[in-house]
Design a protein around this ligand. Structure first.
Ligand SMILES: Cc1cc2nc3c(=O)[nH]c(=O)nc-3n(C[C@H](O)[C@H](O)[C@H](O)COP(=O)(O)OP(=O)(O)OC[C@H]3O[C@@H](n4cnc5c(N)ncnc54)[C@H](O)[C@@H]3O)c2cc1C
Length: 418
């Protein structure tokens, strides 16, 4: 079977690998001239297999008015009159129930476990190096309410097998000496020893090089793709002046997926959630981090990456629903920098340019995987804040569904129109 994978981000590349392993001929198409240049290029580097709770929750709903009114809040929603945007927001509000939060957590934990196993397999089979390691993850809370909600979530997750330790504020500072938050400011944290991190840009670069060595896999880079429909079926994509035909297409265009779906005649509930990152070297050993850390109320994550040229820390944060605009807003990048300086010992002059990327967010935070309303078009997109973590899991699920095999996780949890 010849499959065209649309998108060469971490999701598209992992999908191409899984399909190639299953014996498919694969062509990977992307607008950029190099793979991995979208959201996968500068993300927070967390392989967050246990912290999979959705953004839509009763706790988020409670905080929403304050978040919307505070210009310095880590979440920004720019209201606009656009039917897709309004529908997305309504669906998000509907997903903010305790029941939905629990259902999504259980579904995402199963997918994340599959993803970890699949990444292990891929890493070993392809011999990739992307600074992956088990660093443990400490999520710290500055507010009593959010810490209380986190305790409840940790308790629920423990019941389904996630190993998490609840710590008070002082114990958090002991656990992670690189934190520079004043004693008394932290209410507590949740520590998960088994959590991992890794550089998704290095993963994309290495995996693309391995894929390019295979005879059955090719790339069509450097041109946006548009659908070519005949009789309501997707038969090809147009890239520049050429048409790429295939038996089947897998939509992995990240934040570009909704526009492609619109051109095919259906709506995908995906909005771009913009975030920022910058990367810096710790001043010295005492400023280095041992674990990956999340400053939960500021919505900033810190990942200590052991690169061959020395250790760096990637700081990433904020979530702005401001449309498909990848430009850097200096004020929002500055919010991540100031938040970082408030938690760690950091030289703010490092990496002055920073980076911005668009998380392809669904209202319930679950990716959309499986058949679309258009014959021959499969979906593997909408991974939101967890695309790096979940990419290999949804690649496996896509391959299983496409080839009519028994799915490794409950496919209905991730189906279009669930
Ligand atoms: C600030 C930030 C921090 C994050 N931190 C983490 C983290 O710590 N852990 C984690 O698991 N996830 C994290 N994420 C989320 C993760 O990065 C994304 O979910 C993931 O990268 C999505 O991968 P993708 O392949 O779907 O999309 P992308 O990497 O964006 O790839 C999509 C590709 O499609 C191409 N494309 C789009 N439209 C078209 C078109 N019409 N024609 C041709 N090509 C097109 C683009 O060029 C791009 O290469 C973070 C994201 C951000 C922004």
């Amino acid at each position: 079977m010849r499959v065209c994978v649309l998108g060469a981000g971490v999701v598209g590349l992992a999908t191409a690998w899984a399909l190639g392993e299953a014996g498919c001929e694969v062509v990977i198409a992307d607008a950029e001239t190099k793979p991995g240049q979208g959201a996968s290029a500068g993300n927070g580097a967390q392989l967050s297999y246990n912290f999979v709770a959705p953004f839509a929750s009763p706790d988020t709903l409670r905080h929403l008015p304050a978040l919307l009114l505070d210009p310095a809040a880590p979440i920004r929603i720019a209201p606009r009159f656009d039917l897709d945007f309004l529908r997305w927001n309504l669906a998000f509000l509907r997903a903010c129930t305790g029941r939905m939060e629990r259902e999504t957590t259980v579904a995402q934990l199963a997918l994340a476990a599959l993803s970890r196993t699949e990444l292990d397999r891929l890493e070993a089979a392809a011999g990739l190096h992307f600074y992956r390691r088990v660093a443990g993850k400490l999520v710290v809370y500055r507010e009593a309410n959010s810490f209380a909600a986190a305790r409840r979530q940790a308790e629920r997750q423990r019941k389904v097998g996630a190993e998490q330790i609840v710590l008070d504020g002082a114990a958090c500072l002991q656990q992670e000496p690189g934190l520079r938050i004043a004693p008394g400011v932290l209410h507590g944290g949740v520590y998960t020893p088994s959590e991992e991190l890794g550089d998704s840009a290095a993963f994309c670069e290495g995996l693309a090089a391995k894929l390019a060595q295979r005879n059955s896999i090719s790339f069509a880079l450097g041109s946006r793709v548009e659908p070519v429909l005949r009789g309501g079926k997707l038969v090809a994509v147009r890239a520049n002046d050429t048409e790429i035909a295939a038996d089947c297409f897998v939509l992995c265009l990240g934040s570009g997926s909704a526009a492609f779906a619109r051109a095919c005649g259906f709506r995908l509930p995906i909005q771009s959630m913009k975030g920022y990152s910058f990367t810096f070297r710790p001043r010295d050993r005492s400023a280095a981090l041992r674990h990956s850390v999340t400053d939960a109320d500021r919505k900033i994550v810190f990942a200590p990456l052991d690169r061959p040229d020395g250790p760096v820390i990637r700081a990433a944060g904020v979530a702005d629903l401001v449309g498909d605009d990848r430009r850097i807003d200096p004020k929002r990048l500055d919010a991540v920098r100031r938040g970082t300086a408030d938690a760690l010992d950091v030289d703010l002059d490092s990496d002055p340019t920073g980076w911005a990327g668009l998380r392809p967010a669904t209202p319930d935070s679950r990716p959309i995987v499986g058949p679309s309303p258009i014959p021959a078009l499969f979906l593997n997109t909408g991974h939101g804040a967890l695309g790096w973590t979940l990419a290999c899991g949804t690649a496996r699920l896509t391959t299983e569904l496409l080839l009519g095999q028994e799915p490794s996780v409950r496919a209905a949890d991730f189906a279009f129109g669930r």
